[in-house]
Each structure stands twice: as structure tokens, then as C-alpha cells.
Write a protein that binds this ligand. Structure first.
Ligand code: AMP
Ligand code: MG
Length: 423
């Protein structure tokens, strides 16, 4: 049966095809204060407001000079001092040097800066140490070398993180135009679920997927909207789906396996869903469903077909986490207006125990711990975190990535270079 299901790559391609339609359809925009803009997405390009740097400046503490004169290693008399913040000074007289601090404007006439550590200084004069050479432009960033006034610095669709905030600040942007965050409805289903603050009775468990998915949605660029958990009955599911129409995207956890009380797919079908796939050849997460349903009153995004996408994530927490990262996070990134979106993979060297897989034919994603602080020249090292089934939240919480084991592999060997899914 599972050979009828799409492979990981095939399912990912179906999600990518869905995402592709969002490049021309931009979400709504709003103005966001620069100090609150981290994690948002630029809705308008950022242009340089002036040349960057705005004046030729020294990258070192030292002495501005003419490279040709300095390279003859004679003494140059000191003609002035330029501190960061001073207006451009000069002109630099012939046979002279100008004391200068990092970030200060280069005095007119100077074409290089001798580093403090490379000179010999005696009362009011300096010379370049004989072992040193100096070329025109050394230790100077010329005006406009990073960007010219009006240059495009960042296109719309760029994720705003610390570096983009620094660049925007340098350009004098107090606010940035950002896309409105897509609102993502999160619905956990299951008769066994109780709220986090409840004491579960025998047979019950707390709904951990709600808070987990809310955190994942926020990290992937959406606004989580956690709805109350729904029971495993048609009425509860129909009512919840009706409520969720005001979302830009819908995540439902649980109820998508083949069990007697797995009623999510029929409920989605009653709500008018069109399924792109109902199952993927992966483990965990094989029962994942993906599709589109009539749009309703979405908040951030209006797509041409008037639909919104949904993911029915298998209820086991590790399955929910893996399928979110692999499929829902990229879709959310596209909805959020990002030019590029995950999933993010990397290579690492496998350490720890080798492993054997019972049945091939499914791409595996095993919770693993990667130490990114590997010594220089060696790849990050990753070890599989022992896990007791896909409900093992403690194992999930001790991991920071997933080892990817290809569909046709039967074993994974210590020492091998392996692929990991970053979270
Ligand atoms: P299901 O996908 O509904 O068959 O659920 C698979 C397993 O995941 C069962 O053991 C459920 O109790 C568990 N599970 C389902 N939903 C949640 C949830 N929201 N939080 C924690 N565990 C869950
Ligand atoms: Mg269930």
C-alpha cells in the first residue's frame, strides 16, 4: 500500500508547487517599528539612503599618509589628528602624516593608513617600519564601496534578522514595511487530550502538540492561533473547521491514521477539501495529509483560487514536529512572503552507535543531537538520540535536528557523512 504513496521528494514537490503560486500574490503589508521587526519579512525593498560608507574612512587606528611617501620609510611629520565623528579634515601637506582613529574620515590628500603597530613614532613624526609596504587604499574603505545612494540593498521577501536590522538602521529606517503575519489555526484532536493546566485522569494526556506547534509556527514566520482541542467526533471536528476559516493556514494534529476514530480526513472532505496527498513514504509522519480548502475570511493572504492550505499532522509529537518542519514550515514561509524557505538540511559526521532499520522503503527522520562546535576543519558531529517510539517527547527535547536516512538504506554507520534536517 505504501508504495502508492508519494516519496518524500514527491510530496515536497507538491508542497513546493503550492508555494510557487504565492510569489506574485503578496500578503498584506504593515509598518513595523525597527526594534520589533526581527522575524518579519520585508514587503518593500530597502534602498541605500546615501553612499555607504558615506565618507572614506579608516579601518585602523594609525596614520593617514600617501602610500608612496610612507613606503620610502622616511619620517613624516604629524600634521593633525582625526577622531571618529570629526568632519573630514586636511589637506594633508607633503611629507606629512595625519594621526587617525578607526572610523574617522580620511583627510583630503591621504591615500592609505599606516597601522599604529607598523610605525615607529618619535616626537611629532612617524615612519613606516622598514619591513612593511603600503599600497594606495590600504586600511581605507572608500566612500560608496559598499553601496551607492539609491542602490537596492535588500529585495522584498527578505527575512528580517539582526543584520538586516543593522542595515536598515544605517539607512535611517525607523520603521520597515513588512508583510502581515499569516495567521495559522492550530487544532489538536483526540478524546484523550486535556489542557496543559489539567490533571489528566487515567487514559488522558495533556495536549502538548498545541503549544509545540504554536512555537514552531512563530519560529517559521506565522502568528499562531491555538483553538481548543477537538474530540474524536464528526460534530466537534466540523465545528472546529468552521471556526478555523478565518485563518490563512490550518494545522490539525491527530486523527489522520487509519484507526476507527481517525475522523479528520472525512471532516476535511465535508468542509470542501481537495487533497494533494494523503500519506507520504516517511517515518515518522507517514499519515500526513496536505490539501486546500475553501478560503473563508483569511487575514493576510488572498490567493487566486481563494483557498487556504491545511496539513493534517499525525498526532504523535515527533511525527507532528517532523512533518511540520518538512512540509508545513516551507508552506508557511511562502505564505509569509519569504523569497526562500526551508526545510534546511546540512551534512554532519555520524558518531555513536551504528543503526539498523527494520524495513526499507520509507525516508527516516530520527531525532539526533548535533554539536555544531566542531573543531576547525572538521564537520559538525551528530548522534542519534535513543527514542522509545514517536511519542517520546523527552527524546525529542534532547535533540536539535533529525538524522535523515534515505529510503533505500538499511543501516547507518558511525563515521559516515550524513544528512541532517535542521530544526
Ligand atoms: P493519532 O494521530 O490521533 O492517532 O495520535 C497518535 C498518538 O499521538 C496517540 O498516542 C495520541 O495520544 C498522541 N497525540 C495525539 N494528539 C496529541 C497531542 N495534541 N499532544 C500529545 N500527544 C498527542
Ligand atoms: Mg487520535
Amino acid at each position: 500500500m505504501s508504495s502508492d504513496l508519494p516519496s518524500y521528494d514527491e510530496a515536497a514537490a507538491l508542497v513546493a508547487a503550492y508555494c510557487a503560486q504565492f510569489s506574485p500574490f503578496r500578503p498584506l503589508q504593515e509598518s513595523v517599528r525597527l526594534d520589533l521587526a526581527a522575524g518579519r519579512v520585508l514587503a518593500k525593498p530597502l534602498f541605500a539612503d546615501s553612499d555607504q560608507p558615506p565618507f572614506a574612512r579608516s579601518t585602523r587606528d594609525g596614520f593617514a599618509c600617501r602610500a608612496g611617501e610612507a613606503s620610502r620609510h622616511g619620517y613624516l611629520r604629524l600634521a593633525g589628528t582625526a577622531r571618529a565623528g570629526d568632519a573630514p579634515a586636511g589637506p594633508l601637506p607633503k611629507g606629512a602624516a595625519w594621526e587617525i582613529m578607526t572610523g574617522a574620515p580620511i583627510p583630503a590628500g591621504a591615500d592609505a593608513v599606516m597601522m599604529l603597530e607598523h610605525v615607529e613614532a618619535v616626537e611629532g613624526k612617524v615612519k613606516l617600519l622598514p619591513s612593511r609596504k603600503l599600497k594606495q587604499g590600504d586600511n581605507i574603505v572608500a566612500q560608496g564601496t559598499q553601496a551607492m545612494a539609491g542602490d537596492l540593498l535588500l529585495p522584498a521577501g527578505t527575512a528580517i534578522e539582526f543584520a538586516q536590522i543593522a542595515l536598515a538602521a544605517a539607512c535611517g529606517s525607523i520603521t520597515l514595511e513588512a508583510f502581515v503575519l499569516p495567521r495559522v489555526a492550530i487544532v489538536a484532536t483526540g478524546d484523550e487530550l486535556v489542557t496543559v493546566e489539567s490533571s489528566p485522569a487515567a487514559g488522558q494526556i495533556r495536549n502538548s502538540n498545541g503549544p509545540m506547534l504554536a512555537a514552531m509556527v512563530a519560529a517559521a514566520g506565522g502568528e499562531p492561533w491555538v483553538l481548543p482541542a477537538a474530540g474524536d467526533n464528526a460534530e466537534a471536528l466540523d465545528a472546529t473547521l468552521a471556526q478555523a476559516t478565518e485563518a490563512d493556514m490550518l494545522l490539525i494534529s491527530g486523527g489522520v491514521s487509519a484507526g476507527k476514530f481517525d475522523l479528520v480526513e472525512p471532516a476535511l472532505a465535508r468542509a470542501g477539501a481537495r487533497f494533494h496527498f494523503t500519506g507520504v513514504r516517511i517515518q515518522p509522519g507517514k499519515p500526513l495529509v496536505f490539501g486546500e480548502m475553501p478560503g473563508g475570511k483569511a487575514r493576510a493572504i488572498q490567493n487566486e483560487s481563494g483557498t487556504k492550505c491545511f496539513f493534517g499532522l499525525p498526532g504523535n509529537p515527533v511525527s507532528s514536529a517532523v512533518t511540520f518542519l518538512l512540509f508545513a514550515a516551507p508552506a508557511l514561509g511562502a505564505l509569509a512572503g519569504r523569497l526562500s524557505y526551508g526545510p534546511r538540511f546540512a551534512l554532519a559526521r555520524l558518531t555513536g552507535k551504528a543503526g539498523k532499520l527494520a524495513k526499507p522503503g520509507l525516508t527516516r527522520f530520527l531525532p539526533a543531537l548535533c554539536t555544531f562546535g566542531a573543531s576547525a576543519g572538521s564537520p559538525p558531529e551528530v548522534a542519534v538520540v535513543p527514542m522509545e517510539g514517536s511519542g517520546d517527547l523527552a527524546a525529542l527535547a534532547r535533540s536539535n535536528c533529525f538524522l535523515v536516512v534515505p529510503e533505500d538504506a538499511r543501516t547507518f554507520e558511525a563515521g559516515a557523512i550524513v544528512r541532517i534536517l535542521l530544526s
